[in-house]
Design a protein around this ligand. Structure first.
Ligand code: UTP
Length: 476
């Protein structure tokens, strides 16, 4: 089709759906820009967007609270006496699955990281307390450390977005893929959604480009399928996908207990939880809503439920979601089989989106002006058979880097990494100097290639390390 033919087909389509303004600058565009714009517009399924614009952009779809909401049951971080045997079996099973390479590591790294404001993919953010290793390097060393420990050869899948794919791949290439064998780190890109004005008009980022942004971490499910990653996993014999987000350096990328429990209980999608720090902590809440396990966002959980106590005075809804999951490959295959009818619910977010208006003026908003739609991975939980939740300990597994300063920032995450090493050393029987305020006195870092957790450290560090108060120490 010629550009002219494409244009006239699109003109009619845009008019029908009230989006003709997308061609407002056509006459001023050169050939290359026209091609860009046509490509962008042709990616959009306008018919499918119409209903969504009515329900989610022009109006705010109210969250449908289940009629009956109960706390979700979970496996405790520390097994009680009846569970000790099951946990030991699960670890054995998990290790065996890892040894057989039936597990793949999977990081979602397609987000824009606007709150952090770092110039580059978030995974390239330097974070470790002594060596200043980047998030990607820390994960790479953990996966390689796991391979070393269990004699496995696990693959690592990384989801990027069109916005950061090239930069992410370039970062890995510059770093020699952090020692992974060629083809064992696999990248694929997620889908996008346009940003809208509150009236439902799609925004232009420039006269020739639509303001697209990644369609949320929930986009991972379709992206795994469409990219061919799922099919590739099937050929490689991968059954389980160990999922985490790029911004949590404390995550245990490959956890034998978690994987083993997932397998032994025939769960299709499993999740980790931690007790909340306070009633209104900004994390999702695991609940059983009308009989199905699901996550209710902090903003959707009514305050009276958030503050509710049980008969022993404990917080009733205390299971916070930390976005760590194991998913069965067969589960993702099952729910995405009928691709046209698969969909997770859309969540709307009001954000600042710079754009050009119909007159060609560049708008740099100083307050949120646009609506973005994102899908969330945890919305797949209600579709899963036997979904399982495993509780873990915050100081061991969760300290995300979300903000430039304050709560969940690089500073708090680095502090938590330091504290965790100090706790591992102490658990291994070594003395760690402490400040009068109770913080480790010095900077401490252990390479994941040396030890993956406290128990592992005890096995490999047999003599007391020399530690000088107030100094930086690194063990590898
Ligand atoms: P966040 O919800 O924290 O979003 O993502 P973000 O885009 O990284 O940061 P802000 O909100 O702009 O500050 C949580 C995780 O989900 C991934 C992110 O890369 C991060 O690992 N994610 C998010 C995607 O992979 N794709 C998306 O579309 C959104």
């Amino acid at each position: 089709m010629t550009t002219g033919d494409r244009l006239s087909a699109l003109k009619a389509e845009l008019e029908k759906h009230g989006q003709s303004h997308l061609l407002a600058h056509w006459d001023r565009l050169d050939e290359a820009q026209r091609a860009e714009l046509l490509n962008d517009i042709e990616q959009i399924n306008f018919a499918a967007l119409d209903g969504l614009i009515e329900s989610h952009i022009r109006a705010e779809q109210p969250f449908k609270l289940p009629k009956e909401i109960k706390p979700a049951p979970f496996y405790p971080a520390k097994p009680d006496i009846e569970l000790v045997g099951q946990y030991a079996d699960a670890v054995k099973r998990g290790v065996s699955l890892i040894r057989q390479n039936k597990v793949a590591a999977f990081t979602v790294a397609g987000g824009q990281g606007t709150r952090l404001g770092f110039d580059g993919p978030k995974g390239a953010f330097p974070i470790s307390p002594v060596r200043n290793k980047t998030l990607f390097q820390l994960f790479a060393e953990q996966i390689r450390g796991t391979n070393r420990r269990y004699g496995s050869d696990l693959r690592w899948y990384i989801m990027t977005s069109p916005q950061n794919d090239a930069a992410t791949r370039a970062f890995f290439a510059e770093n020699n893929y952090f020692g992974f064998a060629p083809g064992h780190v696999c990248f694929f890109t997620q889908g996008v959604m346009p940003a809208f004005s509150p009236e439902g008009k799609i925004l232009l980022e420039s006269p020739s480009r639509i303001a697209f942004s990644p369609d949320g971490h929930g986009g991972a499910l379709l992206a795994l399928k469409r990219s061919g990653a799922l099919a590739e996993m099937a050929v490689a014999g991968v059954e389980y996908i160990s999922y985490w987000q790029v911004d949590n350096p404390l995550v245990k990328c490959i956890d034998p207990l978690f994987i083993g429990l997932h397998d032994l209980t025939r769960s299709e999608m499993s999740s980790k939880t931690i007790p909340k720090v306070d009633d209104l902590e900004r994390v999702g809440n695991f609940v059983i809503g009308d009989g199905r396990m699901q996550v209710i966002e902090y903003s959707d959980l009514p305050d009276e439920l958030a503050h509710e106590r049980d008969e022993l005075g404990r917080r009733k809804f205390d299971a916070g979601s930390i976005a760590i999951h194991v998913l069965s490959r067969s589960f993702i295959e099952r729910i995405t089989a009928d691709e046209a009818n698969f969909g997770l619910p859309w969540h709307r977010a009001i954000k600042k989106v710079p754009h050009v208006d119909e007159q060609g003026r560049r708008i740099e908003p100083d307050k949120p002006n646009a609506i973005k739609l994102e899908a969330f991975i945890f919305d797949a939980i209600p579709m899963a058979k036997n979904p399982l939740i495993l509780q873990t300990v915050r100081s061991e597994e969760f300290s995300p880097v979300k903000n430039a300063t304050g709560v969940d920032s690089a500073e708090t995450s680095r502090r938590d990494m330091n504290r965790r090493v100090a706790a591992w050393l102490t658990a291994a029987g070594f003395d760690v100097p402490m400040t009068p305020e109770g913080e480790p006195d010095g900077l401490f870092e252990i390479s994941p290639l040396l030890a993956l957790d406290a128990g592992h450290l005890r096995e490999v560090m047999l003599t007391a390390p020399t530690i000088h108060r107030g100094q930086a120490h690194y063990w590898e």
